[in-house]
Design a protein around this ligand. Sequence first.
Ligand code: NAD
Ligand code: UFG
Length: 338
Amino acid sequence: MKTILVTGGMGYIGSHTVVELINKKYNVIIVDNLSNSSVEVLNRIEKITSIKPKFYELDCCNINDFKKVFIENKIDGVIHFAGYKAVGEGEKVPLKYYDNNLISFITLLKLMEEYKVNNLVFSSSATVYGQPDTNPIKEDFPFRVVNTYGRTKLMIEDMIRDYTKANPNFNAAILRYFNPIGAHSSGLIGEDPNGIPNNLAPYISQVAVGKLEKLGVFGNDYDTKDGTGVRDYIHVVDLAYGHVLVLDKLFTNSGLVTYNLGTGVGCSVFDVLHAFEKACGFTIPYEIKPRRAGDVAIYYASPEKAYKELGFKTKYDIFDMAKDSWNWQKNNPNGYKK
Ligand code: NAD
Ligand code: UFG
């Protein structure tokens, strides 16, 4: 049984990935400082899988605390989710983002080197592509980062590329996620944003459950099929399973690999809204607002490389995503808070 350390494993994508790893009989250790998650996640993971993973509440930037995890456990691989991810906040307090995202990563890599852990999966983002010239986006498209958050992702990617070049025994997967939404079908784990959500799916869910009045649609004059922004939404359980597949690849001594994780299908804001309306069985109020600064009109992934090299194929469509998001939201109107 291989042991996988999951940093940020109490968070949205991390918790779903932990469930998929346990389903595939990995021994999972979670490290999280709970800066954007709740300890209740651990009970929910146990309810779903009947296993409560070992959990260390600590900050990955604190090398003395983090070292204990490597001393006390024999780790075969690491999936690094820990980090801050709110694009708007990153613009307001860039130092907080550089500090947490870069230092947590560097600390992790130092410990992996010291304790000879040679397999790493890193959560990057489609944001590194910025506004592409064409769609679908392939992994070799140019980098066009436009914000601090994206720059932290690209800097970490660069560190991984340099480190793997210098250390031929080190295996690393850079995964560029498109737009993860949805929740586990049990309704026990899901996305639980702090305050008013910035992202589309949690915003719609909170309108549907009556916590917010109406959705603001940021622009209906884009050059897209209905004028609203188009994205590649991927069910978080499909995304989580991608991590299981990529670990199999790393354990064949793959060296450095990079994959987009998306569906290859672009959905507009109205497509997502209508999927949620179908899932809830009622209409969800919205109003058209001006475009949001920094938004691109359209982007979606080419998932070809992940399919060819990993056998990665998404199972869930936009309706499944809306149904599972709604199931989570209606059963947990206040997220993990009672
Ligand atoms: P999340 O905020 O739900 O999860 C991140 C977890 O990391 C949280 O539980 C938080 O408490 C923890 N954390 C943060 N800093 C830490 C530190 N220094 N030490 C220990 N724990 C720390 O976010 P998520 O949506 O699950 O995203 C996971 C990863 O995927 C992030 O790196 C994010 O940038 C990346 N990503 C997310 C999206 C998205 O749309 N959700 C898209 C692309 C990439
Ligand atoms: N949108 C609205 N109203 C809202 C929120 C969003 O109309 O209240 C629209 C946006 O304009 C965009 C689409 O819905 O057209 C999706 O917006 P999100 O904020 O949900 O997602 P983004 O594509 O802007 O960005 C997300 C993450 C980034 C990540 C990127 C790619 O926030 O961190 O996906 O993974 F980099």
